[in-house]
Write a protein that binds this ligand. Structure first.
Ligand code: PHE
Length: 486
């Protein structure tokens, strides 16, 4: 079979890097990373998160982009084509369906959080955050959430904007928006870190992020760190795979993956360095939960020169960063409906938008009238986040690794990744042994089937990887055709 011809390509050489960074950098970096770091106690979590990015996130990202580019289409279509070409059961396309579903589910709660960022841009402008104390800001956040009309209105606005842009086609919009937004956001974060440096809490903030206590290295925190690595890099959710399908042949997948992961990680660490000093300087609790940045950053804006203007710009940038991520979550679904069922992009956006609006409004109600409606013991908002980040994305990651590491003919990934032999062997080692064992152990522990904490007994992980390596290397060439020529 010949290689698929691309239908849509990024407009410029930097198109993919811009769009994939636009997808990766978002509320995950600025809202979620600080708040879960706070909940899991700081440095130990950060260390596990960095390890997951390096050992799992980057290899899986390379794999996804390669599959997207080889199969040229939505996750379902791209995987189907790649297994047809490279050997593998057609059922593998279910991984694509799960990824698309995960992306869609994330979007359903993401629009609510993005709505917070939009609302706070407005609140900075109209002065409702001025002269508030720590308690005052907590009350503003609670009052905003208690009002379903305000919360729902902002969520609907975000959803409509997202659908409008996706309906028009992502290439032009996303590439253009991102070109000036990313440097802008980076400059703002640097200024905030500069302010944090003088806030009197920098030492404590820094120590909180970068020094760790081994007792906090637990399997539970590892599950959160693993899930966050997938979330922040937009993996196993259809986003990166679909964007990857628009990359021209010949552009280096490996270089771009590293670039996206490095920029994404730097933004998260900068956000942490900006936020935690402010939290400590104002005597706040770092484990305050999802409202953390909305209750802390306005304090800094009050105290700094030109704070209001700066605050407006900052929340506006965060809103745009959220929008460029939101767009990527639904792109896979729209691409799928467009390609497979011949529906126009606009109609696909309207159709999926109707479902999105319904579920996201229900998720929004988790903060007010629906606070008692429980799904698996949590609110719909939390359930959507928990199911996707902790389960669906890491599961998608294992499956994608197994597909590339064991089932596809070797030349496919070799062509796409185009790595020198040692680099290729390292990638193959990561996806064949390290990713599956690590993710599986974390899952087994979370299900309560492991009976011990994999991090407190790390030698089980090392042993598991070692055993699989020996077995795999001995058996693979015989049982799996794909591996004979590695
Ligand atoms: N990576 C995005 C963020 O950090 C979230 C995201 C998840 C985007 C999944 C696309 C797909 O905000």
């Amino acid at each position: 079979m010949t290689r698929e011809k691309p239908k849509n390509l990024w407009l410029s050489r930097w198109g993919f890097v811009l769009a994939a960074t636009g997808s990766a950098v978002g509320l995950g970096n600025i809202w979620k990373f600080p708040y879960i770091t706070g909940e899991y106690g700081g440095g130990a979590f950060v260390l596990m998160y960095l390890a997951c990015i390096l050992a799992i996130g980057i290899p899986v990202m390379m794999t996804e982009i390669a599959i997207g580019r080889r199969g040229r289409g939505s996750p379902i279509d791209a995987i189907s084509r790649v297994v047809r070409e490279g050997g593998g059961h057609p059922a593998w396309k279910a991984v694509g369906s799960m990824a698309m579903l995960a992306g869609f589910m994330i979007l359903c709660f993401y629009v609510v959080v993005a709505g917070w960022a939009f609302a706070y841009t407005w609140k900075m402008l109209d002065g409702s955050l001025a002269a508030s104390s720590v308690e005052g800001l907590a009350q503003v956040f609670e009052a905003h959430n208690a009002n379903p009309w305000a919360l729902g209105g902002w969520s609907v606005l975000v959803a409509l904007l997202t659908l409008w842009i996706v309906g028009k086609g992502v290439q032009a919009g996303v590439e253009r928006a991102f070109r000036w937004m990313m440097p802008g956001l980076a400059v703002m974060l640097l200024i905030l870190v500069g302010y944090a440096f003088t806030s009197g809490g920098f030492d404590r903030g820094f120590a909180f992020l970068f020094s760790f206590d081994t007792s906090k290295l637990t399997g539970e925190a590892l599950l959160a760190a693993l899930g966050h690595a997938f979330f922040t890099l937009s993996l196993a959710s259809g986003a990166i795979l679909t964007y990857g399908s628009y990359i021209p042949d010949g552009q280096s997948i490996v270089r771009t993956s590293f670039m996206v992961a490095i920029i994404d990680t730097c933004v998260a660490l900068l956000a942490g360095l900006a936020i935690f000093p402010i939290i400590f300087a104002n005597g706040m609790d770092p484990s305050a939960g999802p409202g953390l940045i909305f209750m802390s950053l306005p304090l800094a804006f009050q105290q700094m020169p030109f704070g209001t203007a700066f605050g407006v710009l900052f929340f506006a940038m965060v809103s745009i960063a959220a929008l460029t991520s939101a767009i990527s979550m639904i792109e896979a679904t729209v691409a799928y409906l467009n390609e497979k069922h011949g529906v126009s992009r606009t109609k696909a956006a309207i159709g999926s938008g109707a479902v999105l609006l319904t579920i996201s409004l229900l998720a929004m109600l988790s903060f007010n009238v629906g606070a008692d409606w429980k799904l698996f013991g949590t609110t719909l908002f939390d359930a959507l986040d928990y199911l996707t980040s902790r389960w669906m994305m890491p599961l998608g990651g294992i499956l994608m690794s197994v597909l590339a590491g064991y089932c596809l003919r070797a030349e496919i990934m070799r062509d796409e990744l185009d790595l020198p032999p040692l680099g290729h062997a390292l990638w193959l080692y990561m996806v064949s042994y390290v990713c599956p064992v690590l993710i599986l152990m974390v899952f087994l522990h979370a299900l309560g089937w492991l009976g011990f904490d994999p991090l407190q007994r790390w030698y089980w992980i090392a042993g598991g990887i070692g055993l699989l390596t020996v077995l795999g290397e001995a058996l693979r060439p015989r049982v799996m055709p794909a591996l004979a020529d590695r």
